[in-house]
Design a protein around this ligand. Structure first.
Ligand SMILES: *Cc1c(COP(=O)(O)O)cnc(C)c1O
Length: 405
C-alpha cells in the first residue's frame, strides 16, 4: 500500500488545487474511527461536514446498499422505480411536508429551491417573470454553482466567476428587522440557514426563526430553510427549525440523507408550492435513483428508530459543557453549539490548533480561519466522546501558533 506522503503528493500533482486538505489520508473507517495507510487511528469529529452522521460504514446502511446493488441501481426518471415512492413517503413523514423533489448534491437542491421560489412568485403571487427577488443572509453558504455564488459574501468563492445571477439581496443574519425592511412587492422568498455552518456555527438570537416565519407569512413570501448541514438531527432536533417549533415553506436537505455513502438531496415542501413544476420544467438524471433511495430510506429508518435527535441533544450538551469547563486559553473568543454541532471561535488563526489536534488523533477543520468546528457522527459513544474531549482540552489548553502544517 502507498504511504500517506505518496498519496498526498500524487493527489496534488494530478488534482485541481481547489481545496486545502489537512495532511490526513482516509484509508478505511468504521463508526467514528478513521484509519490512515500507516495504521494510525483518528476520531472523526467532522464526519464529512455532517454527511456521515450515522458513522462510517454503518452496517445496516452498507447492507441495504449491497442488497440494492444486486437488484437494480438506476432507472432515470424516464421510468418508475420501486424505491422512489417509499423514499418520498418517508421523507414527507419525517419533514412533515407533502411533496419531495429529489436531486443529488446540496447545491442542486438549493438551485431547485430557488427555481421553485421564482416560479411560485410568478404563478401564485403574480410577480412579473424576471423581476422576482430573493433575500439571503450575509456570510451564507449554500454551495458552489454560479447562481449560488452570485449571492455569496465570500470574495474567494466569487473572484473571476462573473457575470453573476441577478435577483438576490443580502441582509444581516439574525436580524428580523432587516428582513422586514428588505422586502419589496417583488420579493418571493427568504433563503437562510437556521444555524450558519460554514460561517462558523453562528446561532441566531432566540426567537429569530419564529419572527422570520411570521414576517414571511405576513408578506406572502416563502421561507426556505437550508438544512443541508443542520438537518437530520445534527443540532439536537430532527431539523433545526423545530427548535422554535416552526415549519418553513421549503426544506433543503442533503448531506446526512445519503448515509455517508451516496450524495442524496431533495427539497421538501407543500402540494401547493410543488405544483409549480410540470413535466419538463426541472430534473436530474440521477435524482431519485433506486440505489440512492435504498440508502436514504435505511438512513431515515435508523435515525427515527434509534432516536438520533435525542442522542444528539444529550451528547451535544455534555460535549459543550465539558469543553466550556475544561478549556482555558485567551486565544479563544467563544465556545458555542447546539446538539452535536459545536464551534470554537478563536481570536487568532485557528489553523495551528487544528493541525495540533489532527496530530493528536482528532479530525476537525477550521472554517473561515477563525472557527474550529466539531460535528462528529451522532452515534459516537460517551467513551469515544470522553477520549475526544481529553485530547481537545489537552491541545487547546496549550498555545499553538506559527508554523502551519
Ligand atoms: C454543504 C452545504 C451545501 C452544499 O452542498 P454540496 O453537496 O456541497 O453541494 C449547501 N448548503 C449548506 C448549508 C451546506 O452545509
Amino acid at each position: 500500500m502507498k504511504s500517506s506522503q505518496e498519496i498526498i503528493e500524487k493527489t496534488k500533482r494530478y488534482g485541481a488545487h481547489n481545496y486545502h486538505p489537512r495532511d490526513v489520508v482516509f484509508s478505511s473507517a468504521n463508526g467514528v474511527i478513521v484509519t490512515d495507510p500507516e495504521g494510525r487511528e483518528y476520531i472523526d469529529m467532522l464526519s464529512a461536514y455532517s454527511s456521515v452522521s450515522l458513522g462510517h460504514q454503518h452496517p445496516e446502511i452498507v447492507a441495504a446498499a449491497k442488497a440494492q446493488l444486486d437488484r437494480v441501481t438506476h432507472s432515470s426518471r424516464a421510468f418508475y422505480n420501486d424505491m422512489l415512492a417509499d423514499f418520498f413517503e418517508m421523507l414527507c413523514n419525517l419533514t412533515n411536508m407533502e411533496k419531495i423533489l429529489p436531486m443529488n448534491t446540496g447545491a442542486e437542491a438549493v438551485e431547485t429551491a430557488l427555481k421553485t421560489a421564482r416560479r411560485w412568485g410568478v404563478d401564485k403571487k403574480g410577480v412579473p417573470d424576471g423581476q422576482q427577488e430573493i433575500i439571503v443572509c450575509e456570510r451564507n453558504f449554500h454551495g458552489r454553482t454560479i447562481a449560488v455564488i452570485s449571492f455569496s459574501s465570500d470574495a474567494k468563492a466569487r473572484r473571476g466567476f462573473g457575470p453573476f445571477t441577478p435577483g438576490f439581496k443580502a441582509i444581516k443574519f439574525g436580524d428580523a428587522k432587516a428582513l422586514e425592511e428588505a422586502i419589496t412587492p417583488h420579493t418571493v422568498a427568504f433563503l437562510m440557514e437556521p444555524i450558519q455552518g460554514e460561517a462558523g456555527v453562528i446561532i441566531p438570537p432566540d426567537g429569530y426563526l419564529k419572527e422570520v416565519r411570521d414576517i414571511c407569512t405576513k408578506n406572502n413570501i416563502l421561507m426556505i430553510a437550508d438544512e443541508i448541514q443542520t438537518g437530520f438531527a445534527r443540532t439536537g432536533k430532527m431539523f433545526a427549525c423545530w427548535h422554535e417549533d416552526i415549519q418553513p415553506d421549503i426544506f433543503i436537505l442533503a448531506k446526512a440523507l445519503g448515509g455517508g455513502i451516496m450524495p442524496v438531496s431533495a427539497i421538501a415542501t407543500t402540494d401547493e408550492i410543488m405544483s409549480v413544476f410540470e413535466p419538463g420544467s426541472h430534473g436530474s438524471t440521477f435524482g431519485g435513483n433506486p440505489f440512492a433511495c435504498a440508502i436514504a430510506i435505511k438512513t431515515m429508518e435508523i435515525m427515527v428508530r434509534d432516536r438520533i435527535a435525542e442522542q444528539s441533544a444529550e451528547k451535544g450538551k455534555y460535549f459543550l459543557e465539558k469543553l466550556q469547563q475544561g478549556i482555558h486559553n485567551d486565544d479563544i473568543k467563544e465556545i458555542r453549539g447546539r446538539g452535536l454541532f459545536v464551534g470554537i471561535e478563536f481570536k487568532v488563526n485557528a489553523t495551528p490548533y487544528v493541525a495540533a489536534l489532527n496530530l493528536a488523533g482528532v479530525l476537525t477543520k477550521e472554517t473561515h480561519e477563525y472557527t474550529m468546528r466539531f460535528a462528529p457522527p451522532l452515534v459516537i459513544t460517551y467513551e469515544q466522546l470522553d477520549l475526544a474531549i481529553e485530547r481537545i482540552v489537552g491541545v487547546l489548553n496549550e498555545k499553538h501558533e506559527g508554523a502551519v502544517l
